[in-house]
Design a protein. Structure first.
Length: 317
């Protein structure tokens, strides 16, 4: 019976899916992705790929740079803090092989200078991840200024979109399968008292969908991740966050970086585009009818999990 099922599946693949995939690739003029599993058994999901990461000197960007190196990628790490970039270079196991660039994504001239440097170094980007952006600042709408709104949209929307245009145009001209990933926020759809910040993340939702549709014909995928509160376990207050149903703590950036690897890997996400993955420990599930804490007497599992093994740390309370 198994032999019969395998035979039917093999014939279906040869006669139905393979011809359609070839026709799709002939229309998009891109090189087909190698979906064989042998090269990924060693966890080198990004082997031979070049990953450009903005905001790479701290938080999610820093964790992603280290994770991308482990997955076999050449990492081009970008930040506006030169000292932090040098510190990251020291953390990378093959720091001399990767490339660091200084850039402030709020400024168009800085992005143009970054692109000129990438061209001069003959860097062919396969995946672009936007981790840079403004932090949420608690402020009442009546106290905001045009300058605050301009800065928020420049850093979170306009700058990343401009860099995306430069990178994806190069992907198209080179016939390369590509991936673009934006770091959004759960506040793209829930309020938080940060009017200009939340508005930029809501705007990104439609940017991602429009770009995903426009660039699909070139084999370029565009996605996003919407994290909740993200903090390293040793940061003040990170071990307790009552609004997170899952664990009541902040999310370690390493868990966001794992999702980034998944979404920029053509082997793992070749057919995923226009999507936004929410990783918020359940924060956005709350409503006025749900309790802030479990009923008295319920056992609540302590988090976080180990970022390396996924095993539970700590005890129950």
């Amino acid at each position: 019976m198994r032999r019969l099922i395998r035979g039917l599946f093999s014939r279906l693949t040869r006669r139905y899916w393979a011809p359609r995939l070839r026709r799709l690739l002939s229309r998009t003029n891109v090189t087909p992705v190698d979906l064989s599993t042998s090269q990924y058994l060693s966890s080198n999901a990004l082997r031979g790929k070049t990953v450009l990461i903005t905001g790479a000197a701290s938080g999610i960007g820093k964790n992603l740079a280290l994770a991308a190196e482990r997955e076999g990628a050449l990492v081009c790490y970008v930040d506006r803090d030169p000292e932090a970039l040098r510190a990251l270079e020291g953390l990378l196991q093959k720091g001399s092989e990767h490339r660091g660039y200084i850039c402030d994504v709020e400024k168009t001239t800085s992005i143009e200078a970054l692109w000129e440097s990438l061209q001069r170094d003959n860097v062919k980007v396969d995946a672009l991840v936007h981790c840079a952006g403004t932090r949420a600042t608690k402020i009442h709408f009546l106290d905001t200024t045009p300058q605050l709104w301009d800065a928020a949209f420049a850093a979170n929307v306009l700058g990343p979109v401009f860099l995306t245009q430069l990178v994806t145009r190069s992907m198209k001209e080179g016939g390369r399968l590509g991936a673009v990933l934006f770091i959004s926020s759960v506040h793209r759809e829930i309020t938080g008292g940060w009017p200009q910040y939340s508005s930029t993340k809501a705007a990104l939702d439609m940017v991602i969908k429009e770009l995903a549709l426009d660039l699909a014909c070139y084999g370029i995928r565009v996605n996003a991740i919407a994290p909740g509160w993200t903090a390293e376990p040793n940061e003040p207050g990170a071990d307790y966050f009552e609004h997170a149903p899952l664990g009541e703590c902040a999310i370690p950036p390493s868990f966001i970086s794992k999702a980034c690897i998944f979404l920029i890997s053509n082997y793992q996400s070749a057919y995923t585009t226009g999507a936004c993955l929410t990783i918020d420990a359940g924060v956005s599930l709350r409503s006025y009818r749900t309790p802030a804490r479990p009923p008295e007497g319920d056992v609540h599992t302590r988090w976080p999990l180990s970022s390396d093994s996924g095993q539970q740390q700590g005890s129950k309370r």
